[in-house]
Write a protein that binds this ligand. Structure first.
Ligand code: BDR
Ligand code: CA
Length: 307
């Protein structure tokens, strides 16, 4: 099995993504590490435990660093609700947090995995950057990272920037520069990966608690995004999870990507050298196309496994 760590700020779409990965028999989910993002770190950490308990799996949750490296935390309750979990209520968790924090957990699991550890990041890249700063050898110990964040073109929190990168651009720059094999699942592809109410019936037909939660969360996302997207709900983090499960769900092209740190207007923009106008070598496999039908199949396939 492939050892993975999910670093996340749950988050409605994070929840679906986590539950997809926890169902995938290819993976040995070694830990879930929490980061502040959609809501503050206390809530994202607690939500992560709720999701693990809902899944019925035995996975540790390690708490991440409190704040972005330089910036003040920005949150997105307007998208994910006050709790971070939209319109659903999950039971308060009884499991304890793992004794080590996210940074030491990532390092500990990287040692155990002998170069095979893959990371799936669904929130700001704060934990990964801090871990790379604390443990300089870590970059050689991680197999690869699939991250939801950025965009060649669009922004969603500002016209220029995507939320996860905007929230902690300094962290993103550190991770992008690390030399780790990285795949970017940005808004260019997530906005083409949609679930409509009609398609969500595929999940509604399952009776497990997990399927009910995911179907409800997706309906919540669809409703939230109207009227500016009448096509359906955009699947940001679930597409990143699907990519880790089956990389053929996206097509990628290799580009050099940097992050804007200084400008007020374009803070956090992932500046992508599409025309190769710099001599910088590509550092990221950037997803440029996604297969919506394949995504829907992977989503159903994973969620249908819960009993
Ligand atoms: C990203 O920001 C969060 O609101 C979502 O969970 C996703 O990770 C999309 O920009
Ligand atoms: Ca997220």
């Amino acid at each position: 099995k492939i050892p993975i760590i999910i670093d996340t700020d749950p988050g409605c779409d994070d929840t679906t993504a986590i539950l997809m990965c926890l169902a995938c028999e290819k993976f040995d989910v070694r830990a879930i590490t929490s980061v502040g993002g959609n809501v503050g770190i206390e809530k994202t950490s607690n939500n992560a435990r709720k999701i693990v308990e809902l899944s019925g799996k035995d996975v540790k949750v390690a708490v991440g660093v409190k704040h972005p490296i330089v910036r003040k935390l920005v949150t997105a309750e307007y998208v994910h609700g006050i709790s971070g979990l939209g319109n659903i209520t999950l039971e308060e968790p009884s499991m304890p947090y793992y004794e080590k924090d996210a940074i030491d957990t990532i390092y500990e699991e990287a040692i155990k995995a002998h170069g095979k550890l893959r990371l799936l990041t669904l929130g700001p890249l704060t934990n990964i950057a801090v871990a790379l700063l604390k443990y300089p050898k870590l970059k050689e110990m991680i197999d690869s990272i699939v991250f939801m964040g950025g965009a060649i073109n669009l922004g969603n929190v500002t016209p220029a920037a995507e939320f996860n990168i905007y929230a902690d651009p300094e962290a993103a720059r550190i991770v992008f520069d690390s030399g780790i094999d990285m795949t970017m699942i940005g808004l260019d592809v997530t906005h083409e990966t949609i679930v409509t109410k009609e398609q969500n019936k595929r999940l509604h037909k399952y009776n497990s608690k997990v399927a009910k939660v995911v179907a409800k969360l997706i309906d919540y996302t669809i409703d939230k995004e109207n009227p500016y997207n009448d096509k359906g709900g955009v699947m940001h983090d679930p597409l990143a999870a699907a990519t880790l499960i089956d990389s053929s769900v996206v097509e990628t092209e290799d580009y050099y990507v940097d992050v804007e740190l200084k400008s007020d207007i374009t803070r956090g923009k992932t500046v992508t050298d599409v025309f190769r106008v710099t001599e910088n070598k590509p550092n990221i496999h950037v997803a440029v196309k996604s297969d919506n039908n394949k995504f829907l199949d992977i989503l159903e396939d994973m969620i249908s496994k819960y009993e």
